[in-house]
Design a protein. Sequence first.
Length: 279
Amino acid sequence: MPQKKQLLVKDHVSMRLPIWRESLLGVDYLRLKTSFVYYGIGIPKGDGSAVIVVPGFLGIDAYLIEMYAWLWRVGYKPYMSHIGQNAECPNILIDHLIDTIERAYEKTGKRVHLVGHSLGGVLSRSAAVLHPDRIASVVTLGSPIRGVRVHPWVLGSAERVRQKIYKRRHLFPAHKPHDLQCYTSRCMCGFSCTWREGFPENVRQSAIYTKTDGIVDWKVCINNDPKTNFEVAGTHCGLAWNPQVYRIIAEQLALPPLRKRKARASGPRRARRPLAKSA
C-alpha cells in the first residue's frame, strides 16, 4: 500500500535564494576530506548491497565519483546511474535509470538503494514508485520533491532544456512533451504522474536538506513524515561532499529493509516497465 500523496506547494516558482552561498561548497569538500566518516570510521559498514548514485539537474555521474568511491570503501557495491547528462526529458532518463537498477538487482540479488542529488532524487523517487519490488530505499539530497521552487538561474536553465526537448520531440515520439510543461509540476507525462503518487510503504525514504540552500527552497525538499527528514549545514551543491550527509547515508542504508506489503490493485498512471525476473 502506498503512503499518502506528497503535499505539493505552488509549483514553478522563482525564489530569490542566496545563491552566493554556493561559492562555499569547497568548505564542504574540505570538511569531508578531514572527517572520520570519509575513512569509514565510526559509521555502520555496508552489507554489499547495490547503491546507485544519481546526479542532479545539468549534472553527470562524474561529479559523484567521491561518493561512489566512499560507498565502495565502506562495504557497498556502488553503481553510477548511466543516465547521461541530467538535462533531458525525465521520461527518457527514468528508462536509463531503470536499466541500471535491473543490472544492479540481478548482480547482487538484493533490492537496490538509490541516492539522488537534487533532481536526481526526484528521479529516484519516481523509479521507486514504478518498481518498489526492486528498490530498498531512496535517499534524496536537496531534492525538490514537493514542487519547483528554485533560484531564477535554475528556471532559466530549465527553460533552455525544455526548448531543446521540444525541438527534438520528433526523435522520441513516445516521450512527446505536453505543451512545453516539461520540468514543471504541471507536466502530465508519466514521470510527473509518478511524482504525484503516494510513495511505496515498503521502500524506506530519507530526505536530507540544508536551510542555507542557495539553489532550491529547502521547504520543498522535505517529506510529509518529519522522522524521515534530516537537516545538515552546508550548501546545495556541497551536499554531494558533505560529511554530515555521508554519515546519515551510512546510517540509513544500514537500517533493516521495510516489510514488503501487499501491492495495491491499481498502479500509477504510467505503465510499469517490466523487468527481467531474477533467477
